[in-house]
Write a protein that binds this ligand. Structure first.
Ligand SMILES: Cc1cc2nc3c(=O)[nH]c(=O)nc-3n(C[C@H](O)[C@H](O)[C@H](O)COP(=O)(O)OP(=O)(O)OC[C@H]3O[C@@H](n4cnc5c(N)ncnc54)[C@H](O)[C@@H]3O)c2cc1C
Length: 290
């Protein structure tokens, strides 16, 4: 290493704080003006793609309170998953497997086992683009966040829209326990089978009532760098009596409601068509099934 390279390395020094309580992490965020890091795996990907690492990091990994998975009861029964729960634990934890098999399935589709051991569900959700988000949206998840010295519970979909405007600490993902007859579907589509960012990730959750009608259906799309959303127009169309609903109506509603993007590999139009094809096929099956 020559002198010039060495001085470049010294200039890029990173300062890391290691709080062990939630209160200290929040104080440090204000005083230190750093960025939270949990597993650091998304930071790693961004750094490898040329984004400089933040110069001040607040390492959350020593905060035991953020590692708990537990039941909570308020208006409904809820499974609260601590933000530091690893993606690997979301696949094996008995309560998560029993009550949120859709989340387990989504997590099985994230990265490779070594990354899943470090990566956290909190980091996946806080990133705003994680592949777990479409599954959590259709499970009607909420988030518990700390903002200064206050704690708030907010609907995940609402929070995703507004979270950029304040320095939150994500504490828990709150998932209402689903009724036994609720069914679900998750699909991540990539350019190849290996662990690459998805082209698109889709998820649905539904339940039937009498006369083969959907008592509810929730449908979400995300993946890649899409802003994850629920397809509420489509949900409305498919809820209750829907004898007039044809394949073409479903397909065109998806194209109308889902907005995508182009990059160096794939056009917006292709992403939209892939999404519409996958969802239409699945939704047709759901409509037909008893
Ligand atoms: C090889 C590889 C493959 C990958 N494949 C996938 C994939 O298939 N699908 C996918 O979704 N992701 C993938 N990722 C990205 C990443 O692993 C996941 O999104 C992971 O869940 C992020 O969690 P983390 O704890 O590592 O987040 P970090 O990198 O630590 O943080 C991510 C972001 O969230 C913020 N953050 C983290 N925790 C909190 C908190 N509690 N409160 C507030 N903000 C917080 C951080 O400040 C940062 O902005 C991959 C990464 C790698 C390296």
């Amino acid at each position: 290493m020559n002198a010039e390279q060495q001085s470049t390395m010294l200039k890029s020094e990173i300062f890391v704080e290691h709080p062990i309580t939630i209160e200290n992490a929040i104080k440090l965020k204000v005083l230190f003006e750093g960025e939270y890091v949990a597993g650091g795996t998304l930071h790693q990907i961004q750094w490898e793609s040329g984004v400089p690492l933040p110069s001040r990091l607040i390492n959350l990994s020593c905060i035991e309170q953020l590692k708990k998975v537990r039941y909570e009861k308020n208006d409904e029964n809820i499974l609260a998953i601590g933000a530091l729960t690893s993606i690997a634990e979301c696949i094996t934890h008995p309560e998560i497997v029993e009550h949120c098999p859709l989340l387990t399935e989504a997590c099985r589709n994230i990265a490779a086992p070594a990354v899943r051991n470090r990566a956290t569900i909190g980091g996946n959700v806080a990133s705003g683009i994680g592949d777990a988000i479409p599954a959590l949206l259709v499970l009607d998840a909420k988030v518990k966040i700390a903002l200064k010295d206050q704690i708030y519970v907010i609907d995940l979909a609402t929070w995703l829209k507004e979270k950029g405007s304040y320095p939150f600490l994500l504490l828990d993902i709150l998932i209402p326990l689903q009724a036994k007859k609720t069914k679900s579907f998750y699909r991540k589509v990539g350019r190849r089978e290996a662990f690459t960012a998805s082209l698109v990730t889709v998820s649905c959750c539904w339940s039937k009532c009498g006369h083969n009608e959907n008592s509810f259906i929730r449908i979400a799309v995300g993946g890649g760098t899409h802003f994850p959303i629920r397809l509420q127009k489509l949900e409305k169309l498919l809820t209750g009596s829907r004898s007039q609903i044809t394949r073409d109506i479903i397909y065109n509603t998806i194209l109308e409601e889902f907005h995508s993007y182009s990059d160096a590999f794939v056009t917006e139009s292709y992403r939209k068509k892939v999404t519409a094809n996958i969802l239409t096929e699945k939704l047709e099956t759901i409509l037909r099934e008893g």
